[in-house]
Design a binder for this molecule. Structure first.
Ligand SMILES: [Fe+2]
Length: 312
């Protein structure tokens, strides 16, 4: 057992439109662009500046684009390298990746998930191609790729059963994740990579980065996204989770892949305010970059309690 329990230093909502990588022109990606989607990319810059000040060992990602029919799967080998091509946008995203996995922490999450009654499985196929949601989010959060990662798949409980069953499953997976981190002694950054509202246009402008075409798909989506962000900023995550089934239905949200609920479960449904670094649309979908400064909020709460004890 480690000397100190591990902890979650921060949780982030970090959406993964491949357009944001395309617009940055990193050397790993094939297609070249003239930019675009600056509001979101500048939001990611602000997030990275914050994360650079944190000391953490590992990044955990829950991704909508590794869809597993039975249970939750985790990457189970220390190294994966290949080329990732977005199946919808191969014109924008053809990314050569080479990443390291924290296998012991992944195995500990699988063991804790089983204790919650969840079906868990380790992915040990060396030729497995890591999904583009994971790669895009990891690049945007930490383009240096200098930390090992843990990747959790998205199981289909929301679709085969209901939004309510999906959320209950993801809250249990979040609890299991938090216990495994505590046992590991490591300092972890948690990444939920999903958009908010998710209706999108089906015709692409030429060039794709022509921002005169970019706006929210409809007003319903905008109002729902603002509702969700208001609850995050007010620290009302219990209410947010209670409203998620309606949000998923009305805004066709990518939250129904479970990433955000897993994150909020791991953070024990935080009541401190989240920081919204950016909100913007990509082909009409709503995307927010949001940070829950977990270690900072816990330290502030402990200090406030101590101060109250001294003064009473
Ligand atoms: Fe997606």
């Amino acid at each position: 057992m480690p000397d100190q329990p591990g902890e979650i230093v921060a949780g982030v909502l970090a959406p993964h439109p491949p357009h944001l990588i395309y617009a940055e022109n990193p050397p790993q990606n094939g297609p070249r662009s003239e930019g675009g989607w600056e509001e979101l990319r500048w939001g990611y810059e602000r997030l990275r500046e914050r994360l650079d000040k944190l000391d953490y060992d590992v990044i955990l990602v829950h991704t909508p684009h590794w869809k597993t029919v039975v249970g939750t799967h985790l990457l189970g080998l220390p190294h994966f390298a290949s080329k990732s091509v977005d199946p919808i946008f191969p014109n924008l995203f053809r990314y050569t990746y080479d990443l390291q996995v924290d296998v012991p922490l992944s195995e500990a999450i699988a063991a804790e998930g089983e204790r919650e009654g969840l079906v868990m499985k380790m992915m040990r196929n060396p030729n497995f191609r890591v999904d583009y949601g994971t790669i895009t989010a990891c690049h945007l959060v930490n383009p240096r790729w200098d930390k090992p990662i843990v990747v959790l798949s998205s199981n289909r409980a929301y679709f085969y059963y209901s939004n309510e069953v999906g959320d209950a499953t993801m809250l249990a997976l979040g609890r299991a994740t938090a216990r495994a981190i505590a046992q590991s002694g490591k300092r972890a950054l948690l990444v939920a990579t999903n958009s908010l509202s998710h209706r999108h246009f089906t015709v692409e402008p030429d060039p794709p980065e022509d921002m005169s075409h970019e706006h929210i798909y409809n007003m319903n989506q905008h109002l729902w996204d603002m509702r969700m962000l208001k609850l995050m900023r007010e620290g009302k995550t219990r209410q947010l989770v209670a409203e998620l089934p309606d949000f998923n239905e009305h805004a066709v949200s990518e939250c129904s892949d479970g990433s955000l609920t897993w994150l909020l479960g791991a953070l024990d449904l935080p009541s401190y305010p989240a920081k919204v670094h950016a909100y913007g649309t990509v082909i009409g979908t709503g995307n927010a970059i949001v940070e829950w400064p977990h270690a900072e909020a816990k330290a502030a709460a402990a200090l406030a309690m101590k101060t109250a004890e001294v003064s009473s």
